[in-house]
Design a protein around this ligand. Structure first.
Ligand SMILES: Nc1ncnc2c1ncn2[C@@H]1O[C@H](COP(=O)(O)OP(=O)(O)O)[C@@H](O)[C@H]1O
Ligand SMILES: [Mg+2]
Length: 225
């Protein structure tokens, strides 16, 4: 079984000349299919930046990156978008839902963007919303849902396309502990029962407990703990 993510010597610098910030300083990461991996470290350590590289939302300044056997650094914009829609799912700290679209439409959107059939997308969206306990909330706008419910819509949206990997950047950071635990339980259940591969950034050691492995970042480098 080959690894789902193979990252070698990843560097990410921002800015130019004297104002250059060297955020990631030579990261090597391998993530196998079926793993639930936590990325931890202090604020500013580079966790989000690393997540953006691994999840093909940003491009490293230097390094090699294979995701699902694809050399993602050779993809053009359009190919990268298509790759994300086909292969990856995202959950962000701030939910990142479209405010003017219903819960159902938010979940349908990435499916429609990749060209899936409308009715099929709608059926999938409903099934996904049911799975996260939001049956009866299909027509609600994000503003008509609690934070925990909005994040569950985001999880449903991330899962709708049957991604190979789910990336979650501090998915519980804006939630109370009950809603936060619900989100972690959802992800844990997906991992244990469906073998879903998940990469999650978290601050909370408690939330990293169900993970198979923790990657600690310090000042843009992986440290052993
Ligand atoms: N687009 C950017 N331009 C300049 N600096 C950035 C950019 N993104 C992140 N950084 C810097 O990189 C460092 C790590 O940021 P980040 O990856 O968000 O950390 P974490 O998620 O661990 O809190 C911070 O010092 C941040 O200011
Ligand atoms: Mg961050």
């Amino acid at each position: 079984m080959s690894a789902l993510i193979e990252a070698r010597n990843i560097h990410r610098k921002f800015g130019k000349g004297d104002l250059i910030t060297h955020v990631l300083k030579g990261i090597d990461v391998t993530i196998e299919e079926g793993e639930f991996v936590a990325i931890m470290g202090k604020s500013g350590a580079g966790k989000s930046t690393l997540m953006y590289q691994l999840s093909v939302l940003d491009t490293p300044t230097e390094g090699e990156l294979l995701v699902n056997d694809t050399d993602v650094l050779t993809l053009n914009e359009r190919e990268a978008t298509d790759f994300r829609l086909q292969t990856l799912g995202y959950v962000f700290q701030d939910y990142a839902l479209v405010p003017d679209l219903s819960a159902q439409e938010n979940v349908m959107m990435p499916l429609l963007m990749r060209g899936d059939d409308w009715q099929e997308s709608k059926d999938t969206a409903n099934r996904m919303l049911d799975n996260v306990g939001l049956e009866g909330k299909y027509p609600n706008l994000p503003g008509e849902l609690s934070g925990g419910e909005q994040q569950r819509v985001a999880v449903a949206r991330a899962l709708a396309g049957q991604p190979k990997i789910i990336f979650a950047d501090e998915p519980t950071a804006n939630l109370d502990s009950i809603s936060g635990t619900q989100i972690i339980d959802l992800l844990t259940c997906l991992h244990r029962e469906e073998g879903q591969t998940i990469v999650m950034v978290t601050h909370e050691p408690e939330y990293a407990e169900p993970c198979d492995r923790i990657i600690y970042l310090e000042d843009g480098q992986i440290v052993q703990k």
